[in-house]
Design a protein around this ligand. Structure first.
Ligand code: NAI
Length: 327
């Protein structure tokens, strides 16, 4: 199959070239957006990632070019107009699970780094500064971890936190009796906000969850709470979080995702003037740690993303695409 591959990074090419033998892949650095649809000329499928803008205009343009399949190299599909694709008869396939462990473990990495300040200690010691001043943290043991979204990632994360000896509270729109049996208490969102020392977000971005963390919900949290978002940027209202940090209501913030990340992440902007004042303000706090959407980034996850995406093409051609279909 002829495939137009958007938002290509060197590692994408490395993994796809390793496992692909039958498809003709044209790799493009550019993201898929209204201005770049011409790159899909002659392709039957496009392959995209989290920040490609697969809106109705893009889908109409792809349809006119004969594209019949959109392959997502990720689980979330909030960046795709599913209804528009359905109307044009374009199928959308994703990688529903590539490594929940990768994301859950990165969530814990953010917690441990923010708490024990190993990133600051590393720089200090390299400069011959062996002082411990301002490096103290807290024991995770017996703290309360609130988990929003108890799906594949939330479940793995909850189990890790139980291993630390934390009390784990969970909120989801569906029941997870298996987790309750393991010691995760199912609570309302308000109870979770009121009782948690650490709150992590593992729900998808939907109309219900957009800006789930806002001025009103921040008010309900414990003073000094640690908030971690490895879900999707728009789960958080960033200006409200900045106010929470300024007031000391939010004691620690860890972000792997950011609402405006499509203009920033996955590229080297170190020699540029960054015009996004919100992220610059967030970066200026000593108790904020930001990584650029790297929670998924392990060898196991990249291998799975590649293999499932290639299998999605095979299944599409055989007419057996089903479990990974979005529409
Ligand atoms: P999943 O579909 O297995 O679990 C999501 C859970 O959230 C489900 O149990 C669902 O019932 C629940 N949920 C839905 N709406 C909710 C609401 N309004 N309130 C509370 N819970 C709600 O998905 P998975 O694999 O666990 O991934 C979760 C999210 O993590 C993805 O949607 C994606 O946005 C993000 N993600 C981030 C990555 C990164 O590299 N930072 C990589 C992979 C996923």
């Amino acid at each position: 199959m002829k495939l137009a591959f958007f938002s290509t990074q060197a590692y994408d090419r490395q993994y796809f070239d390793r496992y692909n033998s039958t498809n003709e892949i044209a790799y493009f650095d550019a993201p898929l957006q209204e201005q770049t649809t011409n790159l899909a000329d002659g392709a039957e499928a496009v392959c995209v990632f989290v920040n490609d803008q697969v809106n109705a205009v893009v889908i109409n343009a792809l349809s006119e070019k004969g594209v019949r399949l959109i392959l997502l190299r990720c689980a979330g599909f909030n960046n795709v107009d599913v209804q528009a694709a359905k109307e044009k008869g374009i199928q959308i396939a994703r990688v529903p699970e590539y490594s929940p462990h990768a994301v859950a473990e990165h969530t814990v990495a953010l917690i441990l780094t923010l708490n024990r300040k190993t990133h600051k200690a590393y720089n200090r010691v390299r400069e011959g500064n062996f002082s411990l001043l301002n490096l103290s943290g807290f024991d995770l043991y017996r703290k309360t971890a609130g988990v929003i979204g108890l799906g594949k990632i939330g479940k793995v994360y909850a189990e890790i936190m139980l291993g630390f000896g934390c009390k784990v509270l969970g909120y989801d729109i569906i029941k997870h009796p298996d987790l309750e049996a393991r010691g995760v208490s199912s609570v309302s969102l308000d109870e979770l906000f009121a009782q948690s020392d650490i709150i992590t977000l593992h729900c998808p971005l939907t109309e219900q969850t957009r800006h789930l963390i806002n001025a009103g919900t921040i008010d309900k949290m414990k003073s000094g709470v640690m908030l971690i978002n490895t879900g999707r940027g728009a789960l958080i209202d960033a200006p409200a979080v900045i106010e929470g940090l300024k007031k000391g209501k939010i004691g620690y913030l860890g972000l792997d995702v950011y609402e405006q990340e499509d203009k920033l992440f996955f590229r080297d902007l170190s020699a540029d003037i960054i015009k996004d004042d919100t992220i610059m303000r967030l970066m200026s706090f000593p108790n904020v740690l930001i990584t650029a959407h790297q929670a998924f980034f392990t060898d196991e996850a990249l291998t799975e993303i590649t293999k499932v995406t290639l299998k999605n093409i095979d299944d599409y051609q055989l007419g057996t695409l089903s479990t990974t279909l979005v529409n």
